[in-house]
Design a binder for this molecule. Structure first.
Ligand code: SF4
Length: 608
């Protein structure tokens, strides 16, 4: 099965913290690089070249989904896959699929040989290309983290890559046509449709003879070969991450591009809209080997893929990758799980992710190893690393912000280093107006009360993403308790203490001190804008979110709706800004400054 899911409710693995091939490759290239990218979540800029890859893959898949016995070369796109509420193909509902409603093309008008099939397929690519290009441009332009201009992406180059991909697919079609491996009569009867069909406009349960079928007993026709050879691929209409394969234990996830299986074997292909030159080609070999391992792991460790290959659309022939042997996959099982446990099952510290880059590998076009395998400078990787401006492993002069105070609005603001932002506090007080504690199904405890400490008050409550698990059984009205690791927030002058799984409530000991009044909810920071993570689009996004870095570390800052500062429109990557009198918070384990009433945002240095 090219798609495999698990019962998430039965899994203890957080689906957002699974290991992926790209993380493994990043960690092996340099543990510190992984740390900045995934643990600190310092997103690297999105270059316009991303448009080329997305448009090329979408266009190739749309052509593969078409059929020469359903579409004339110049027909408009008539395929639209019905999707369920998660955005995945609605395989099991036979209504709304376009294929059964399309009148087949007269046999005399269908391609009759490989040359005319190639002309048809290239024409279909031209029909689909503009839409795929425009959608990829729009997606990129909507990403606030983009860098460069759309003019830096070349549609002609992309179209020639699409045609190259189609020609590589046609090689498979021709092999299928000339092969004895495919059981064409079984296919003609409609009885050999797999459980995970290739996207072709028809529902999963479709056993009628194909629209492309010729007479039983006759030699395979070229349009039949197109249908039979069609690989599984990610449906171009499906939402992101709905077509992935997840390890049975839930800790690894990947998504194949193409899976050919017409000859009874399984060959996994990854499409790259590049020439395959340079260090990335080394990581791609690892990626394909991991996909081979994932196929084996998701098929009860009984079925192995028979081939792995990379299609570099800017170069020549497919680059074959050696499939790992079973013993190698058994050790990959152990090594990858160990890595998962270290970097995703836990939160490693910066010291556990050393600034030790692997040598930069050299590959020629097409992913061909260079005669000189690695750069002689052992730290060559740092020279073009996005984090070189502040990473201790780089020889670059650090360009980091360190301010203790700032003068603005006739006032001196004390500046807190980002890494010193305190997001969690302890407090001691008497319990009043207690509700609960009640144990929830997920083993968190629903408990709410007002904590009273002299004249000071705080509302203690479960965090909206999940409450505490450690709550003393002796809590009752009037008892004196200690709350640890609580996240404070202010709402209409009222202090709230939110409790999550890292928080606890225990009986206060004699002499314990943690006054409510010492909890500091406001903070002022100065940092360089590392990335713009969200920008309001008047539709689904109503927040402005950025990541800041300073000499001490990083933090995110966020503003919703009316609190989005007017300066937001003019702030871009690289600017140095101050967020004054923000509210301390925490989001997904990292410090977050929330902009609310009374927060001021000032631009200190404009990158442009
Ligand atoms: S600058 Fe060098 S050591 Fe630092 S993260 Fe980048 S590659 Fe790794």
């Amino acid at each position: 099965m090219p798609v495999s899911t698990i019962d998430q409710k039965a899994s203890s693995v957080d689906p957002y913290r699974r290991l992926s091939a790209s993380q493994v490759i990043a960690y092996r290239s340099c543990p510190r690089y992984w740390y900045y990218g995934w643990e600190r979540r310092l997103k690297t800029p999105l270059p316009p070249q991303i448009i080329r890859g997305n448009a090329a893959e979408a266009c190739i898949c749309r052509v593969m989904r078409d059929s020469p016995s359903l579409h004339l070369a110049e027909d408009e796109d008539a395929m639209s896959t019905p999707l369920n509420e998660d955005g995945a193909p609605e395989w099991d509902d036979p209504s709304n699929w376009p294929g059964p409603r399309i009148e087949p093309v007269e046999k005399a008008l269908r391609p009759s040989d490989m040359d005319s099939l190639r002309i048809w397929a290239h024409a279909r690519a031209r029909v689909h290309f503009q839409r795929c290009w425009d959608e990829a441009c729009d997606d990129w332009a909507a990403n606030p983290n983009r860098k460069g201009t759309v003019e830096d992406a070349d549609p002609d180059q992309c179209l020639s890559m699409v045609l190259r991909g189609i020609d590589l697919h046609l090689q498979e079609v021709e092999e299928c046509l000339n092969s004895e491996e495919a059981d064409v009569d079984a296919w003609r009867s409609g009885k050999s449709r797999p459980a995970w069909p290739a996207p072709d406009g028809f529902p999963r349960d479709w056993s009628s003879p194909s629209h492309a079928a010729y007479d039983v007993g006759s030699h395979m026709h070229v349009v039949e070969a197109w249908e039979i050879a069609r690989p599984w691929f990610v449906d171009p209409d499906a939402a992101s991450f709905t077509q992935t394969s997840t390890h049975p234990d839930g800790w690894f996830q990947g998504e194949y591009d193409l899976v050919y299986r017409w000859d009874g074997t399984t060959r996994i292909i990854d499409i790259k809209a590049s020439v395959g030159r340079g260090d990335r080609s080394h990581g791609y070999l690892d990626q394909l080997r991991m996909y081979g391992w994932l196929w084996w792991a998701t098929h009860e460790r009984k079925e192995t893929a028979t081939g792995l290959a990379i299609w570099y659309l800017g170069a020549g022939d497919p680059k074959d990758v050696v499939m790992p042997a079973v013993e190698e996959m058994e050790s990959m099982d152990r090594d990858l799980f160990e890595l998962y446990s270290k970097i995703r099952g836990n939160n490693p510290s910066i010291e556990e992710c050393p600034a030790e880059p692997a040598p930069l590998r050299r590959f020629k076009d097409g992913g061909v190893p260079d005669g000189k395998p690695v750069e002689s400078d052992s730290r060559a990787r740092c020279n073009r690393c996005d984090y070189a401006g502040f990473c201790e492993g780089s020889s670059q002069e650090p360009n980091l912000i360190h301010m203790e105070t700032i003068q603005r609005f006739g006032h001196t603001w004390d500046i807190t280093p980002l890494q010193a932002i305190r997001t969690r506090f302890s407090a001691i007080g008497d319990v009043s107006r207690l509700t609960g504690p009640d144990l929830n199904e997920d083993e968190t405890v629903d408990v709410r009360f007002t904590m009273v400490d002299g004249w000071d008050r705080a509302t203690v409550r479960p965090h909206r993403m999940g409450g505490p698990k450690s709550v003393t059984r002796s809590i009752k009205e009037g008892s004196r308790v200690r709350v640890d690791n609580a996240m404070p927030s202010l709402w209409k002058g009222q202090l709230n203490l939110d409790l999550d799984s890292l928080s606890s409530i225990s009986p206060a000991e004699e002499g314990d001190e943690a006054p409510i009044v010492d909890i500091e909810t406001r903070v002022s920071v100065v940092g360089r804008v590392w990335s713009i993570d969200a920008y309001p689009d008047g539709d689904s996004v109503s927040r402005w979110a950025i990541t800041l870095v300073d000499a001490s570390g990083s933090a995110s800052a966020v503003a919703f709706k009316q609190f989005i500062p007017t300066a937001a429109a003019s702030i871009s990557r690289g600017d140095v800004i101050g967020v004054l009198n923000g509210e301390v918070g925490e989001w997904a384990g990292r410090p977050q400054i929330k902009m609310g009433p009374g927060t001021r945002v000032v631009v200190i240095e404009n990158e442009a």
